[in-house]
Write a protein of this length. Structure first.
Length: 191
């Protein structure tokens, strides 16, 4: 009986330590600012003024991911060094999304120049600050970025919504299909 009473507090301490290790600590999470963006994606990338990063489970694996509206002058140059993948879901929707080619497309609107969405898929209890994969989504002309649930058939999944610039102010959803990000136009907003 004496051994049980001595071991019980030790077991409780160990269990508390294990449960604390399984939950991500906000103290350990890095601040998402331009320094963080440049450390993770290269010096050609900066956050878009007036917009903030959003943490949510984008890829449906139960681990928190990070979405950052940004500008990158040339993400193709930095992808090997910073270990991210450049994807073009917009032009892929229209049949040709090879970022080696489409990253050189020039926009007519200077406000849209270099707009990208940065995505970090999180890994384990550390979530997005322990990246499993990183993506730069190019050729997305947006005024505002948000993350919300989307119905895809009978499935509900998290998607990145972009309110596009321009006269019609179209809204589009970008979602993870298990292999890559896909673009889905959702219509236009009134205003």
């Amino acid at each position: 009986m004496r051994v049980c009473t001595a071991v019980l507090p030790l077991l409780l301490l160990l269990m508390c330590g294990v449960s604390a290790a399984q939950e991500p600590s906000s103290r350990l999470a890095p601040k998402v600012d331009n320094d963080f963006v440049q450390r993770e994606f290269g010096s050609s990338c900066t956050m878009v003024d007036g917009q903030s990063a959003v943490a949510a489970d984008i890829n449906g694996d139960g681990v928190e991911d990070l979405v950052v509206p940004a500008r990158c002058s040339n993400p193709m140059i930095d992808q090997a060094e910073h270990r991210f993948t450049v994807l073009d879901p917009y032009y892929d929707f229209f049949g040709y999304g090879d970022p080696k080619i489409t990253s050189s497309f020039i926009t007519d609107d200077p406000a849209n120049k270099g707009l990208v969405v940065l995505v970090i898929h999180g890994s384990g209890p550390e979530a997005w600050y322990s990246p499993k994969a990183k993506f730069v989504l190019i050729n997305l002309a947006f005024k505002q970025v948000s993350v919300k649930k989307m119905a895809l058939g009978k499935k509900k999944l998290m998607a990145i919504y972009t309110e596009e610039t321009g006269a019609e102010r179209n809204v589009a959803a970008i979602f993870w299909d298990g292999k890559k990000y896909k673009y889905e136009p959702m219509g236009s907003t009134l205003n």
